[in-house]
Design a protein around this ligand. Sequence first.
Ligand code: PSV
Ligand code: MN
Length: 426
Amino acid sequence: MKIQQSAISDYNKKVVTEHKENFDFLSTKLTKQGKDVDSITAKLAEFQVAIPSWALGAGGTRFGRFGFYGEPSNLEEKIDDVGILHSLTQTAGAVSLHIPWDIPSDYAAIKEKADALNIKFDAVNSNTFQDQAGAKESYKYGSLSNVSKAVREQAIQHNLDVIKIGDKLGSKALTVWLADGSCFPGQNNFQTAFQNTQDSLIDIYKGLPEDWKLLVEYKPYEPNFYSTVIQDWGASLMLANGCGDKAYTLVDLGHHLPNSNIEQIVSILQLKGKLGGFHFNDSKYGDDDVTVGSIKPYALFLIFNELVYGMQNNPQNPDLAWMIDASHNVKDPLEDLIQSLEAIQEAYAKALLIDQDALRTAQLENDVVKCQEILQGAYRTDVRPLLEKARVNAGGVINPIGAYRALGVREQLIKERGRNTVATGL
Ligand code: PSV
Ligand code: MN
């Protein structure tokens, strides 16, 4: 299914009056405060977030998975779904593939489809956390960190193969997330596991094309419950530094122990020029992978404050690979992704409203109360009309969830694909 531009205009006509009233009110207020509304909406329109190919089907937990009717059952259909998200929101202009779940059978056809929908191929993700059918070696006791050289070599080769696949599609980064670690004390020699991982990553790094990045993701626990080899940003940064200039740390919001100060992590990594990628989600207990901004929107805003500061003040840090890494459990996956995209844009817009000069002055004067007033003043602004404006300017809809339902997108997908399709992935 492809959403026609005429359907978007027809939908917008129905809600444009209310949008205009809200936008004019906000725009007048912000202009009086000295904000450049046009530049903020332009920045919002530029901000594109990749959709992971594994997030287009129903999510689930390790206890079970409840399917969702009309799920995409192959890569072509997944790209169609990203196309739907992008047409409506104009902020999902990229897809992040997971290999081997999504190896294209016809590269030219997949590229052509993605080009037609204005979708780029962002970072490619390797998978050495599951054994693949027919594989000689097992990852039961780890992959890049494994005590067995043969297992490590298989895992290294897989990553090199993933780079080749990504290269054919125009990707420019490889994301490595390892499940490696131990479930019980004494099971692993920490130093050996870390050193093996470093050596394996260096071998992968040697196979990176000149203009590629290696993104090293960390996670404190799960699926291993006693230790993970790359447990935090410090471990990731050490490994990235051990590889070279093209290796960076990737922050996934759900991969922190409760109450970690993620905004501080993000800030320091940018100072060091080593923040390469970002996975959005939200959580209450652990790596819950729930909708972005659904639990801790203020924390997300504080993180965006640091990201905006970094984007404006840290030229040593590269452009980031942004991606949603969430699961949907009981929601329509596309509706959930729309809500996540909206939450990301909202936090970004609020962070763009922060008066950085005034904040700096208040910090230098140790006016702690003023610092908080500045942050919360921006946070309390209802920025949704700015998001609407950015979307409309780019050819999207004023209200994506409203349009998704009014246009009967899921019903149409069910008609085309049936009720019993299952997407590849976890
Ligand atoms: C597992 O936690 C995970 O969600 C990681 O965050 C990766 O990014 C993703 O799976 C895919 O490998
Ligand atoms: Mn992730």
